[in-house]
Structures are given as structure tokens and as C-alpha cells.
Design a protein around this ligand. Structure first.
Ligand SMILES: CC(C)(COP(=O)(O)OP(=O)(O)OC[C@H]1O[C@@H](n2cnc3c(N)ncnc32)[C@H](O)[C@@H]1OP(=O)(O)O)[C@@H](O)C(=O)NCCC(=O)NCCS
Length: 140
């Protein structure tokens, strides 16, 4: 099977493919393009895959910085969401996410459609911040 394409701008030593998803008509806005909120939720999920590994458990999204919609996403696009660990604080984990779309009639090329930076907090079962144990971090 062909590996999904990755932009030359993303260093595969830092970035990993967190999610691949095909957009559906149910994900559109009133104008027929993909709803920005749908893409934001996918990006949050993609970033959380990194944060959960680092936190080794429950996390909550505390902030989103600079969510940028670079280009429209269309129905039928295959959206690849890449994530990269940026920073680990006491209880916070910051992850950068980029979304790249593959589209007919040339699905071999990819277009960057969104970028964002998410901050997550490792939380205890009662939802309070807990320290991240870096020594227990899984290799990404
Ligand atoms: C996440 C939550 C538990 C944090 O609780 P809190 O009392 O604000 O915690 P703190 O002030 O101690 O901050 C915890 C960490 O988050 C970081 N943080 C808090 N607000 C931040 C922001 N706006 N941007 C970046 N980092 C932030 C702090 O710097 C701290 O990092 P550190 O421990 O690495 O130094 C609490 O805000 C919460 O439950 N929020 C709702 C989360 C949620 O439901 N998300 C889904 C929305 S649908």
C-alpha cells in the first residue's frame, strides 16, 4: 500500500500522521464547503493523540492558539492531520497540528488547509491539573 504523502515542509522525525478522514456531505456548512468547526474538532482530536501519549492518561484541551484556515476543504477531500509535540510544561502539553487535503483529480498532491496550536492539560480523575511525568513519556 502507498504511504500517505507528507509535505516536504513537515519533518517526518517530528511530525506524525494522527488522523486520515474523508469529508462527507454531513460535514458541510450552508454554502456546501466543509464547516470550519468540523475541521477544528478533527484537529483537536489529532493533537490530543500526542498529548494523551505524553500525559499517559486523561487530558483536557485548555487553549487553542492561532487556528488558521489556509484554504477551503471540499466534500470528498481526504484530510490528513499531522501533529507535532512542541512543549511540555508542569501539567500542560502543547501540540502543533497541520491539516493537508488530497483531492481529485490529482490525489497524489496535497494542499495545506489549516494550522493550529493546541494546549492540553493532564488532569486527574476529578478534572484537576496533575504533573506530567516526562520520564514516563512514550516516544512519539
Ligand atoms: C484544564 C483545566 C483543568 C486547567 O485548570 P486550571 O485551574 O486553569 O489550571 P492551571 O491554571 O493550574 O493551569 C494548568 C496548566 O495549563 C496552562 N494554561 C492554562 N490556561 C492556558 C492558556 N490559556 N493557554 C496556554 N496554557 C494555559 C497553565 O500555564 C498550566 O501549565 P503548566 O502546569 O505546564 O505550567 C481547567 O481550565 C478546565 O477544566 N478547563 C476546561 C477544559 C475542557 O473542558 N476542555 C474541553 C472544552 S469542550
Amino acid at each position: 500500500m502507498n504511504r500517505p504523502p507528507i509535505s516536504e515542509t513537515l519533518d517526518p522525525r517530528q511530525w506524525h500522521l494522527a488522523i486520515r478522514v474523508t469529508t462527507m456531505p454531513a460535514d458541510t456548512n450552508a454554502y456546501g464547503d466543509i464547516f470550519g468547526g468540523w475541521l477544528m474538532s478533527q484537529a483537536d482530536i489529532a493533537g490530543s493523540t500526542v498529548a494523551i501519549q505524553v500525559a499517559q492518561g486523561r487530558i483536557a484541551t485548555v487553549a487553542v492558539k492561532e487556528f488558521r484556515f489556509v484554504a477551503p476543504v471540499l466534500v470528498g477531500d481526504l484530510v490528513n492531520l499531522y501533529a507535532r509535540l512542541v512543549r511540555v510544561g508542569r501539567s500542560s502539553i502543547t501540540v502543533e497540528v497541520e491539516a493537508w487535503a488530497q483531492r481529485e483529480p490529482d490525489p497524489t498532491s496535497t494542499h495545506r488547509v489549516a494550522t493550529a496550536t493546541f494546549t492540553y492539560v493532564a488532569v486527574s480523575p476529578d478534572g484537576r491539573p496533575r504533573p506530567v511525568n516526562i520520564a514516563g513519556t512514550t516516544e512519539l
